[in-house]
Design a protein around this ligand. Structure first.
Ligand code: RIB
Length: 290
């Protein structure tokens, strides 16, 4: 039986990354020590992570008139890009400052990522097959509509509530099987929504405290793999993409969480976002070494 395909409905950004001595305070001006420009966006990063993990991934996305480079980069990183379309709105971008400890602060300009119309979800309604997976996050518009179509088609929906939006999350929640949050998003969700729909699996990543999986029939904790952080940008997306790929492979929750945690740990040791996501061979070698 063929492995389920992963559909990724998500953002595509140009990441402008600045290495700074510290994250600037309000009113402060500082000079960056390094600058780089690369592919990012939580959706694109998740697609790349799942593809690098070995899954077949089709990205449904929107770029601007000047954004063909991003589509080409996604294709070069192993993602099926035939459902990435161009709009008149400029491609999204992100201004990322990363300090000496590897921590970051990110400002996004959504651009084309929030210009989706229903017609762009057509592929999900016509080409996705029962058993496939949909991964999505909060950097686009129409997440709830995409999730609703996916459920109707018999897909399993994995959703990262990032960046957190109480309204977007409330709209998507009734359609999902797995909710992925970091600790801050979990607290925000708890304050905004309270009780979650029954039957969904919740995965909470807690930085140096590891990650927790809570499903109706199982609770498990995955300890963190200690590494020296260089750049935490995209670590959550790497975790999400690898987790989705492991679930598509039919791995157990323990094995899936371990693979995703190891991939995220390796990402943190590297500068950059999509281009810095480790390959499956690198993650397997890392796991074999610890
Ligand atoms: O999660 C990291 C991502 O957030 C970056 O690639 C940036 O584009 C923003 O979307």
């Amino acid at each position: 039986m063929p492995m389920p395909k992963i559909w990724s409905f998500g953002s595509i950004n140009a990441d402008h990354a600045y290495r700074v001595p510290h994250i600037p305070a309000p009113g402060e001006t500082i000079a960056a020590r390094e600058y780089s420009l690369g592919l990012g966006g939580k959706g694109a990063n998740q697609s790349v992570a799942a593809a690098k993990a070995g899954a077949t991934v089709a990205h449904v996305g929107l770029i601007g008139p000047e954004g063909l480079w991003a589509k080409e980069r996604l294709a070069a990183l192993g993602v099926d890009t035939q459902h990435i379309m161009q709009s008149a709105t400029p491609t999204g971008h992100a201004i990322i400052t990363v300090d000496e400890t590897g921590e970051n602060a990110i400002t996004i300009f959504p651009g084309a990522n929030r210009a989706f119309a229903d017609a762009q979800l057509q592929a999900l309604a016509t080409e996705a097959r029962p058993g496939d997976l949909l991964i999505l996050q909060n950097e686009t518009n129409l997440q709830a509509e995409a999730a609703r179509i996916a459920v109707k088609q018999g897909l399993t929906v994995l959703y990262s509530a990032a960046p957190f939006s109480a309204q977007a999350t409330s709209e998507v929640l009734p359609h999902i099987s797995l909710l992925l949050l970091n600790e801050i998003e979990a607290a925000q969700l708890n304050a905004a929504v309270g009780t979650l729909p029954s039957g969904i699996t919740v995965v909470v990543t807690k930085g140096s405290s590891g990650a927790d999986w809570t499903s109706p029939d199982q609770t498990l904790h995955c300890p963190v793999f200690p590494v020296k952080p260089v750049d935490t940008t995209g670590a959550g997306d790497t975790f999400a993409g690898y987790l989705a790929a492991a679930i598509a492979e039919g791995q157990s929750p323990e094995a899936a969480m371990r693979l995703a945690s190891a991939a995220a740990a390796l990402k943190v040791t590297r500068k950059g976002t999509a281009d810095a996501i480790p390959s499956r061979a690198e993650v397997d070698a890392f796991l074999a070494s610890v």
